[in-house]
Design a protein around this ligand. Structure first.
Ligand code: SF4
Length: 345
């Protein structure tokens, strides 16, 4: 599970692709989304958004089916689900079950990447697809419903905190924002575990404080209580409890009203150091944002810019101003979809 300390200091797996720095999060990506020739129907597909992300993330391309030696094209595999929940992968044309071998392969992906921070998977695939895959009752040719595919279901048991998204949801600004925010937060957590200390945990907590306040005020209070009671827990218990609550916080509802408060809280740390004119300009910008008349990028970039000019350490460390690298956000914005927590699509 992610809560355990990573065993490797360096990622040296030859499977890692991408052009990003070694400090970037490690993400598993379904190989077919990278234009590789591995699909059951022999088609080559690509996702433009995924392509942009590969420039910024450390990518582990995975295709559980072809890595077992299956060809492209091949007769399709179906997801069977028994009533008690057990999942099977069956290839009707070959009358062959594949779930045992695919399970081993998927466990290997999860266990051999201790810095794994997320997954981008092909929608609807019985092996890879998150949430919306058709499943069948054994022996029936009629779909019985939709569920998670084999790999994401296994990942949810092995590492319940791992953010997962598919190539369709990546086009939605709100879902993309949450996914990126979570994988970078999880990546920071994994780096903290590398050299864990209570002082480091306090610092981590301080850096995420304003961001988490935007998502979940009660969650922030709960995290504070967990840290305050750290002497009652073993180190592994403390890490597990903290991580669970930390990741839960990101599921909270973000609203313009809450985000306005977060931004004003941050602004309070520089308000004495700027001119009246600048102050009024910013407050106007915040009101415009509150009423949905501008996006949050403009307001945050303004605040970040002032924090840099004033060399304000407190603000510069706050993750809400830069939850993921700016060049990633601007690459996505200029080419495809800007991650934005307030835009529904
Ligand atoms: S969906 Fe998964 S198993 Fe199917 S071709 Fe893509 S990577 Fe391979």
């Amino acid at each position: 599970m992610t809560s355990l300390k990573p065993e490797l200091k360096e990622i040296s797996s030859p499977e890692i692709d991408g052009n990003s720095s070694p400090d970037s999060p490690v993400v598993l990506i379904s190989s077919c989304l990278l234009g590789r020739d591995c699909r059951y129907d022999g088609k080559i597909i690509t996702s433009e958004e995924v392509q942009v992300l590969t420039d910024h993330l450390r990518v582990v391309p995975v295709c559980p089916e072809t890595e077992l030696g299956l060809n492209s094209p091949r007769p399709p595999i179906k997801l069977w689900k028994r009533r008690e929940g057990k999942m099977l992968l069956y290839q009707p044309a070959a009358q062959k079950f594949w779930h045992r071998k695919i399970r081993m392969k998927c466990l290997r992906y999860l266990r051999s990447n201790p810095y794994l921070a997320g997954m981008i998977l092909k929608s609807r695939s019985p092996t890879c697809g998150p949430e919306s895959c058709k499943f069948y009752r054994p022996g029936s040719s009629q779909p019985a419903g939709r569920t998670s595919g084999f790999l994401p279901a296994l990942a949810a048991r092995h590492d319940p905190f791992l953010p997962i998204i598919d190539e369709k949801d990546i086009k939605k600004p709100k879902k993309l924002y949450r996914f990126l925010t979570k994988i970078y937060a999880l990546h920071d957590w994994l780096l903290l575990l590398d050299d864990f200390s209570i002082a480091g945990l306090h610092e981590f907590q301080a850096d995420y404080k304003l961001m988490l306040l935007g998502f979940d005020q009660q969650g922030v209070d709960e995290l504070g209580r967990i840290v305050a009671r750290q002497k009652e827990y073993s180190e592994s218990e403390l890490k597990r409890k903290y991580l669970k609550k930390f990741i839960d916080c990101f599921s909270g509802r973000l609203t313009r009203g809450k985000w306005k408060n977060v931004v004003l809280h941050g602004f309070g740390h520089i308000t004495e150091e700027i001119s009246d004119e600048d102050r009024q300009k910013f407050l106007q910008m915040v009101e415009e944002f509150r009423h949905g008349r501008n996006n949050y990028h403009e307001m945050q970039n303004w605040l970040l810019n002032r924090a840099e000019k004033l060399n304000n350490d407190y603000l510069l460390k706050q993750k809400f101003l830069k939850p993921f690298p700016h060049d990633l956000a601007s690459d996505l914005r200029s080419k495809y979809t800007a991650p934005d927590p307030f835009i529904e699509k």
